[in-house]
Write a protein that binds this ligand. Structure first.
Ligand SMILES: Cc1cc2nc3c(=O)[nH]c(=O)nc-3n(C[C@H](O)[C@H](O)[C@H](O)COP(=O)(O)OP(=O)(O)OC[C@H]3O[C@@H](n4cnc5c(N)ncnc54)[C@H](O)[C@@H]3O)c2cc1C
Length: 427
């Protein structure tokens, strides 16, 4: 007889701490006296997959698998069509529930729709649980928010009630073989059969232990300087974005720990790491065209169209931009950092993006190029924050109209001298 089984299909929360989806999967399994399996399905052809982002992901996943094994829960790693793998699993086990995370980006939503249909046909319950935000996206707001000022009061009113819950996993009583579980040694085998574009791997250590360490380091050493984070030398940035992107760090834990410090800069951090970050989630959830000019507000589309024929001071192709071969040493410096390190200081990201609008044919092309560069090279790329940051820079999403200028129209401009002064960067 096949044993009742719950599957936690993990994709956006590579952690065992404070993982609401994993916790809910285990609670269901415990209540039903069922086995619990964690399944990760890799798509080597997933948009912009490369050695940089896959190295970070897979090493983090191997660490998660080790932690799962200690809880008597196997983490299986599969490659290719998830439906085929679910079919095989369902032949061995009696799958009753599939739990996964709430997601807002189209490629994942498309796969989730396939799995949901498959589950429905097999009389399996399919459930999505929020893990990537403090306040679940639909509870934070039931609609597309216009700006931080419309979103802020809503989320600030609610978020504290989400900070107290503990999602602690327990040793799972149902015995299931752990031999087939994912291990670090499987990573090289995966690369051997699925060659990926080669990019230098990040200096950031992957995994949930490293994520929690980074949060502690930031609280001890960085939070004091967070109000001066625009100054590169102040070293006030947290470097948490990649950990948040892969869900190696729980946003709830991050906000709770920072709030508990009662540090005067805690509010500033919460503004970025919760208000702005969850505003980006709101944008991508309610705006399916989050990575296109069509995703901008009407005033911005109108002003950009009006200025489409304006003469550009320089016109660059994607290739020239990608190789950092523009006339502008600050921009080339930023682009080299993006390519070599997969990280760029947040103030400079805005300059980096806005110049692409100035130097390309039109806003639609600028957005396409930026999405390509951001998603290919940034370790935290392919994230709601990335699409929202690009649309903010190029097409004024969540911003207001400024003064009418060539090329930009009413979109806020940024200059090289001002950016150098603000960041104190030495070229
Ligand atoms: C053109 C452009 C592209 C961007 N691409 C990405 C991306 O691909 N992935 C990504 O995570 N962020 C992106 N951002 C947002 C922001 O620049 C990064 O989150 C931040 O620089 C990451 O560094 P940090 O973790 O040290 O930030 P910190 O300043 O320490 O901030 C803490 C956290 O707050 C959040 N945050 C900070 N600034 C913003 C913001 N403006 N909007 C939303 N959330 C914010 C991030 O989760 C960040 O990790 C982009 C911004 C722009 C303008």
């Amino acid at each position: 007889m096949k044993h009742p089984t719950v599957v936690y299909w993990v994709s956006r929360a590579l952690r065992t701490h404070d993982n609401q989806a994993f916790y809910q999967a285990q609670q269901i399994a415990l209540n039903q006296n069922a086995q619990l399996i964690v399944l990760f399905n890799a798509y080597p052809k997933f948009p912009h997959a490369n050695l940089r982002n896959m190295d970070f992901l897979l090493k983090g996943l191997a660490e998660m698998s080790d932690k799962c094994a200690k809880l008597n829960i196997p983490l299986y790693f599969r490659v290719g069509n998830i439906i085929d793998h679910l079919e095989v699993l369902n032949q061995c086990f009696d799958i009753r529930h599939i739990i996964t995370e709430v997601h807002v980006l189209r490629p994942i939503l498309a796969v989730q729709a396939l799995v949901s249909n498959w589950a429905y046909k097999h009389d399996i319950r399919f459930l999505k649980v929020s893990t990537a935000t403090v306040v679940p996206v639909q509870e934070a707001s039931p609609k597309l928010e216009f700006a931080a000022r419309t979103f802020r009061p809503k989320i600030l009113k609610k978020y504290r009630e989400y900070l107290n819950s503990d999602y602690i996993l327990v040793h799972h009583p149902q015995q299931i073989a752990l031999d087939d579980r994912f291990k670090t040694s499987d990573i090289e085998m995966f690369y051997a059969s699925n060659p990926l574009p080669n990019l230098a791997i990040s200096k950031l250590v992957p995994g949930e232990d490293a994520a929690i360490n980074q949060l502690k380091t930031f609280i001890q050493n960085g939070l004091d300087h967070y109000d001066r984070r625009n100054q590169i030398d102040a070293n006030g940035q947290s470097y948490l974005s990649a950990y948040l992107h892969y869900g190696m760090l729980s946003p709830t834990m991050m906000i709770r720990d920072v709030l508990n410090t009662q540090h005067p800069n805690a509010e500033l951090f919460i503004e970025e790491a919760m208000v702005r970050r969850e505003l980006a989630e709101n944008y991508c959830f309610y705006m399916p065209m989050y990575d296109k000019l069509e995703g901008a507000w009407p005033w911005a589309i109108e002003t950009l169209k009006k200025h489409e024929q304006d003469e550009r001071p320089y016109l660059y192709t994607r290739e020239v931009l990608e190789k950092a071969q523009t006339h502008d040493d600050l921009w080339n410096f930023c682009q080299r950092q993006v390519v070599e390190e997969g990280y760029l200081h947040s103030y400079l990201r805005m300059y980096w993006a806005k110049m692409v609008l100035l130097w390309t044919k039109n806003a639609a092309e600028a957005i396409d190029i930026l999405v390509y560069l951001n998603d290919t090279y940034m370790l935290d790329g392919r994230d709601p924050n990335g699409y929202t940051g690009i649309l903010w820079s190029v097409a004024g999403v969540h911003d207001r109209p400024w003064f009418d200028r060539p090329v930009f129209g009413l979109i806020r401009t940024m200059g090289k001298e001002g950016s150098i002064k603000k960041t104190g960067i030495k070229l």
